[in-house]
Design a protein around this ligand. Structure first.
Ligand SMILES: NC(=O)c1ccc[n+]([C@@H]2O[C@H](COP(=O)([O-])OP(=O)(O)OC[C@H]3O[C@@H](n4cnc5c(N)ncnc54)[C@H](OP(=O)(O)O)[C@@H]3O)[C@@H](O)[C@H]2O)c1
Length: 434
């Protein structure tokens, strides 16, 4: 049977991982497919210095991505460059030439996935993007195929390995956020500029893609309320543990009677929930369906090999589709906002909240804070204060009964005038449905 030929653009972490698997696992891939998946062209800016597997040394190599896209022997282009600049040009050029595309690019797909899919469908080419979210977890296939017959009501995820590594290390060692971030950078888990990870933007792009797939709705990153983990301190874990909870950066998309509420933010989750067991750089996705109830997916969220497996599996799927003629293609991104799953503001969310204060201690503090909460009709649940000698910087916590995000924000705004507060209160939702 005739082979299908692949051109790879971008030989960094994911590209080299993909190449190693395509080379080492070539025979088994051919057995599973019934034909060979052959690497026909390779491109990277510094291609001359790349460590190419021996079996692929004679493959056509170039630093110019256009030569891969235009190569007559390339049937599928794998875009493993990243970003929204050159990557977009590569995808556009490949689609224009009728070549199928595999991409690992969450940033680009979150921003303009719907548009790219539309172009791909019109050009009758195949597009796959499994590696773009949660590297080693085949969550696209789950949402597009495995449980696509269900009506999804909620999706929760831990989708950024760097944030999860930092939080679980703070929890384990009681060390500061800054020292755990430095450790993550030393180990290569965090970039020199860690903002995309620790401020939640990377997770936001992934949640935009997953919720589009899960709910069949057009979702963009700007629909998602996003908050990073910079303010989380070891003391927050101590208080969370007292409440039989822990803290994770939770990506959430849940249906309410009014629409879909989407957020990426540090949250308190019960220690008993399966998500609390997600440690280090692992990712997890929990999907709740109206008919099929709860399913849970867990695995490595990044790294050359897990992500490489996702890219290679996508290449195999697209190769199969090319061989079978794959007559019908449907975009995983819906085109219209139908209403039922229309994104609505986070301010409408109702939840119990954890409020952590740092104050200069003096009499009457609790009464003043309770007054601001009462003004917004928010009921106190508990007041927690661990022993401390330092009256000049005293941390303590108030938990409140379910209230709207808006009322909590209004109460916090009202507290801004209280001169005993050393910083604005830290508010985190307590996820009781997990
Ligand atoms: N890293 C992960 O674990 C992971 C997980 C899931 C998804 N992803 C996604 O996978 C994609 C790639 O990530 P990565 O970590 O592999 O990035 P990376 O290590 O920075 O690799 C990017 C590669 O693209 C090449 N490149 C950049 N501009 C180019 C151009 N104009 N022409 C040709 N080649 C160019 C670079 O070339 P040179 O090396 O020659 O300079 C480099 O080899 C991104 O979309 C990322 O979000 C990554």
């Amino acid at each position: 049977m005739k082979e299908v030929r692949v051109g790879i653009v971008g030989l960094g972490n994911v590209g080299l991982g993909t190449l190693a698997i395509l080379s080492e696992n070539a025979d088994q891939i051919a057995t599973k497919l019934g034909f060979r998946l052959r690497v026909a062209a390779l491109c990277s800016r510094s291609i001359a210095s790349k460590d190419i597997p021996a079996s692929l040394r004679d493959v056509f190599k170039t630093p110019d991505w256009r030569q891969v896209v235009e190569h007559p022997e390339v049937d599928i282009v794998a875009e493993l460059v990243g970003g929204t600049g050159v990557a977009r040009e590569i995808l556009d050029a490949a689609i224009a030439r009728g070549k199928s595309v595999v991409t690992a690019n969450k940033e680009l797909m979150a921003l303009c996935g719907a548009e790219i899919w539309d172009r791909a469908i019109r050009a009758k080419i195949n597009l796959a993007m499994e590696a773009s979210v949660a590297g080693g977890i085949p969550i696209h296939a789950v949402l597009r195929e495995g449980i696509s017959g269900d009506r999804i009501t909620a999706l929760y995820g831990i989708l950024n390995g760097t944030s999860n590594y930092i939080l679980t290390e703070i929890e384990r060692h009681g060390a500061s956020f800054d020292s755990m971030l430095a450790e993550a950078q030393r180990l290569g888990y965090a970039e020199p500029d860690p903002s995309a990870d620790i401020d939640g933007y990377d997770a936001r792009a992934k949640l935009a893609i997953l919720s589009a797939l899960a709910f069949g709705e057009k979702i963009t990153p700007s629909d998602i309320y996003t908050e990073g983990i910079r303010r989380i301190q070891p003391i927050d874990f101590q208080y969370a543990h007292q409440l039989h909870h822990t803290i994770r950066q939770i990506c959430a998309a849940r249906q309410t009677p009014d629409g879909l509420i989407l957020s990426v933010r540090p949250s308190l989750i019960p220690q008993s929930t399966i998500l609390a067991g997600v440690q280090g750089a692992y990712n997890a996705v929990w999907v709740r369906g109206h008919y099929g109830a709860d399913t849970f997916y867990y695995g490595r969220g990044a790294g050359p090999n897990p992500t490489g497996v996702a890219v290679v599996s996508d290449l195999m799927r697209v190769a199969r589709e090319i061989r079978s003629g794959s007559p019908e293609r449907v975009s995983p991104f819906a085109h219209e906002r139908l209403g039922e799953y229309k994104p609505i503001s986070i301010t409408l969310q109702r939840s119990a909240y954890y409020l952590r204060f740092r104050v200069q201690d003096r009499p009457g503090i609790i009464a003043k804070l309770a007054g601001a909460l009462a003004d917004q009709q928010i009921s106190l649940d508990a007041v927690l204060q661990l022993p401390s000698e330092n009256w000049r910087d005293l941390p303590f916590v108030i938990t409140v009964e379910p209230a709207t995000e808006q009322s909590v924000r209004d109460a916090i705004a009202q507290m801004a005038s209280l001169n005993f507060l050393l910083e604005p209160p830290l508010a985190m939702p307590m996820e009781r449905s997990l």
